[in-house]
Every structure is written in structure tokens, then in C-alpha cells.
Design a protein around this ligand. Structure first.
Ligand code: NI
Length: 167
């Protein structure tokens, strides 16, 4: 397994629309394992393939406290959205940033699992937030896109400055 480098906002590669996975094979399963390792090491509760510069529709999550409930979704599609909830979100591509975002409270998702088998999930609360956040990444959408332009610009400047200081 290998830990991948995570792209940081405002890297333009985070804005690509990812391509569907056409076959869930050993290569994809290896990528899933690497993404879990990268996410757990970060540490984070979710990671989308575009964040590690792989433009494929694939996300991994684990919202459990013990970090032992890995969930990999290939080609996830949110088919039903209901209600609303607002919670603070962060993102491994925006280190140190946390802002309140409104999302659907309940969702239904259709995806494939790591064996290419259909997987249908109903989610609410944190899991629903996390799936919506990660699925957004596949379309090049970041949680800061839901904030005001002024707030987003302030965050961008802060991260660019942190990046310069790290070089
Ligand atoms: Ni994110």
C-alpha cells in the first residue's frame, strides 16, 4: 500500500470532472486500499480520488470513532435528497479550514462496492454530509464553493500563504 500526496486548494486539478470507473478490477482495489491508507494517515473521515490526482469517480469514507468501518463507493450517485442540515465541514485539501455548510439531511446513494457489486445506501447525519462532500469532489466542487466569495477569497489567500511558507 502507499500513501498518496493530497492536492491542496486552489490547485486547478481539484476542479476536473472525474471519469466513471469502467471496470472494478485489482488496479481499482489497490487504489481503494491506498486511498484508505492516505485518509487514515492524514487523518480524515473521507477522501475522493481527484484529491490524490486521480480523476476517477471513487470515494472512501470512515466516520466511525474506532476507524474500523471503511466504506468505498465506486461511481456513487446521489439519487434522493431530503431535508436540510447545517454543520461545520473541513477537507483534507483545505488544511486547517472549517466552515458551516448546509446540505441535505437524508440521502439515498447508488454505487458499486470494491467487488463491482451494486450497493445502495441510505444515510443521514454525518454520513450523509460526508457522502455529499466527497461526491462533490468528483464534479470538481469544493465545500468553499458554498460560502460567500469574500470568505472563499480569504481562505484561498490564507492557504496560498501557508503553502509559500512551507516551500
Ligand atoms: Ni474534501
Amino acid at each position: 500500500m502507499a500513501i498518496h500526496h493530497i492536492l491542496h486548494y486552489p490547485d486547478p486539478r481539484l476542479r476536473f470532472k472525474a471519469a466513471p470507473v469502467t471496470r472494478v478490477d485489482d488496479e481499482i482495489r489497490m487504489l481503494i486500499d491506498d486511498m484508505f491508507e492516505t485518509m487514515y494517515a492524514a487523518p480524515g473521515i473521507g477522501l475522493a480520488a481527484p484529491q490524490v490526482n486521480i480523476s476517477k469517480r471513487l470515494i472512501v469514507l470512515d466516520i466511525s470513532e474506532k476507524r474500523n468501518e471503511p466504506l468505498a463507493l465506486v461511481n456513487p450517485q446521489i439519487v434522493v435528497l431530503g431535508g436540510a442540515q447545517k454543520s461545520d465541514e473541513g477537507c483534507l485539501s483545505l488544511p486547517g479550514i472549517s466552515e458551516g455548510v448546509e446540505r441535505a439531511a437524508r440521502i439515498k446513494v447508488s454505487a458499486l462496492d470494491r467487488h463491482g457489486e451494486p450497493l445502495d445506501i441510505e444515510a443521514e447525519g454525518l454520513l450523509a454530509v460526508c457522502i455529499q462532500h466527497e461526491t462533490d469532489h468528483l464534479d470538481g466542487i469544493l465545500f468553499v464553493d458554498y460560502l460567500t466569495e469574500m470568505k472563499r477569497n480569504r481562505i484561498r489567500k490564507r492557504l496560498e500563504k501557508a503553502h509559500r511558507q512551507a516551500m
